[in-house]
Design a binder for this molecule. Structure first.
Ligand code: IMP
Ligand code: MG
Length: 180
């Protein structure tokens, strides 16, 4: 495989990512069989993952987009959500699947989940391709995880560093000299 010059090593190949996505879709299809789902792609990192995961879903799916960040206030574990782009859908009484690239502190997803519940969603689940348990600050339940990873900064398959590397079809660890 042709590797980008800034990448130290590959963590997941395209084939490994495919496998993770299919396994997650299998579980989601089982759980929501015969139901309707609103898939919320969290921009921008989840675009590749969302596109691949949604193509494997068997139920009726509506697709929507959201871009949000968390305002953490230092020592406090509760933040305020800053919604840069909101969904168009009304989620009240609906099944919602939030699709995210990676869970780090857990702040963003915890706030997004609460936000969807406060809008009256019947059921809110999260699918995250990757999770860094060592970095968790806020306890948020992530129902579907592709893989847990160590505390390394990874890029590719939607994941960026300063908006770069998103288009790589594998996930790799950046060379430290690139961000130091
Ligand atoms: P959290 O609110 O701290 O969980 O933030 C998660 C967000 O941080 C993700 O949606 C990513 O945008 C970003 N992030 C965390 N770790 C990485 C990484 O290793 N590579 C690229 N982006 C990351
Ligand atoms: Mg990002």
């Amino acid at each position: 495989m042709e590797m980008h010059k800034d990448i130290e090593s590959i963590m997941f190949t395209k084939q490994e990512i495919d496998m993770m996505v299919h396994n997650m879709a299998f579980k989601i299809n089982e759980e929501f069989e015969g139901e309707e789902l609103i898939a919320i792609c969290v921009l921008k990192g989840s675009i590749m993952f969302s596109a691949d995961l949604i193509r494997c879903l068997a139920m009726n799916v509506k697709i929507d987009f959201m871009q949000a960040s968390s305002y953490g206030s230092g020592t406090e574990s509760s933040g305020v959500i800053n919604i840069k782009k909101d969904i168009d859908s009304d989620v009240s009484g609906k099944n919602v699947l939030i699709i995210e690239d990676i869970v780090d502190s857990g702040r963003t997803l915890s706030l997004l989940k609460e936000e969807m519940k406060s809008r009256g969603a019947k059921n809110v689940k999260i699918a995250a391709l990757l999770s860094k348990p060592a970095r968790r600050v806020v306890d948020v339940e992530v129902e579907y995880i592709g893989s847990e990873i160590p505390d390394e900064f990874v890029v590719g398959y939607g994941l960026d560093m300063d908006e770069k590397y998103r288009q790589m079809d594998y996930i790799g660890i950046l060379k430290p000299e690139v961000y130091m």
